[in-house]
Design a protein around this ligand. Sequence first.
Ligand code: SF4
Ligand code: SF4
Length: 164
Amino acid sequence: MAVKRRKNDLNILEKLYIPEIAKGMALTLKNMFRPRVTMQYPEVKFDPPASYRGRPVLVEEPETGERCVACGLCSRVCPALAIEVQAAETDREKERYPEKFEINMIRCIFCGFCEEVCPEEAIVMSKDYELVYTNRQDAIYGKDKLLVPVEELQDRLDYLRNFK
Ligand code: SF4
Ligand code: SF4
């Protein structure tokens, strides 16, 4: 069992915290010569890897528009109840599309469940981590903000094919 030293047992240097200050200074000095891990954000932007889970977005194909078929699975699985989908019919091959698709970004906890459950690879976690809004209404992202061209999401789609 460690014996607790009383204040009177300490020598003069210990009473003045000199050894502890020296240890702290040595640690600081050691870290000054290590490679930097911080970035000068926002001047320098972080480029996340494909495994990164930024804000969820909808995949947009150049010819056919959104991949989403408005099945509602993502909305059902979302633990934060952040997704609202309203389906409508279309003459196109897939027959249904989301007339309305909204994600409340204040609620979203970036869990990725929506991406996991989607049968069409229509919703994926992007690399976008810059979310700015000044009121609750602006935090509700509709299709205008959610649709992202498939080329910009290729990294993530390849990652999902390899590891999902
Ligand atoms: S990442 Fe999670 S919390 Fe956010 S919308 Fe998808 S399922 Fe909901
Ligand atoms: S994003 Fe996927 S899971 Fe969600 S409604 Fe569309 S097709 Fe269904």
